[in-house]
Design a binder for this molecule. Structure first.
Ligand code: AMP
Length: 118
């Protein structure tokens, strides 16, 4: 059973208590469309367990990270952006712009992206 927090928005989405356009779900991971998309494909991939950010990951999360990266590659194919390219990014803390304190990876694709990000 996942450890979740009732006041956390992404825990609520993972538990299906708050609606979202879910595109993939497994025992450990949920993926849903970003409410404010920054690219034609903009999907958030989250663990069902509450982990605040990438800074809180440990060796025990190796399996979870594999699930997340496998989900990203699977969804990139499903979205038709596997060949054109895609970006997987996670923000940690205020300077990076993390606005939801529950680990999430942005899967972005469907347009040309600049580097470095703003
Ligand atoms: P970050 O700024 O990296 O923490 O990313 C948080 C992301 O969550 C933003 O891109 C928001 O648009 C997105 N977001 C916030 N609330 C929701 C929601 N209810 N459903 C889907 N995406 C959301």
């Amino acid at each position: 059973m996942a450890e979740t927090y009732s006041e956390c928005l992404f825990c609520q989405i993972g538990q299906r208590e708050t609606p979202a356009e879910i595109v993939h779900a497994s025992d450990a991971v949920v993926a849903f469309r970003d409410i404010n998309p920054q690219a034609p494909t903009h999907i958030l991939i989250i663990p069902k367990d509450h982990i605040e950010s990438a800074a809180d990951l440990t060796k025990d999360h190796r399996g979870l990270l594999w699930d997340i990266f496998e989900t990203a590659a699977h969804l990139a194919k499903a979205e038709g952006v596997a060949q054109s390219g895609w970006r997987l990014v996670t923000n940690v803390g205020p300077n990076a712009g993390q606005s939801v304190p529950h680990l999430h990876f942005h899967l972005l694709g469907g347009r040309t992206m600049r580097w470095p990000p703003g």
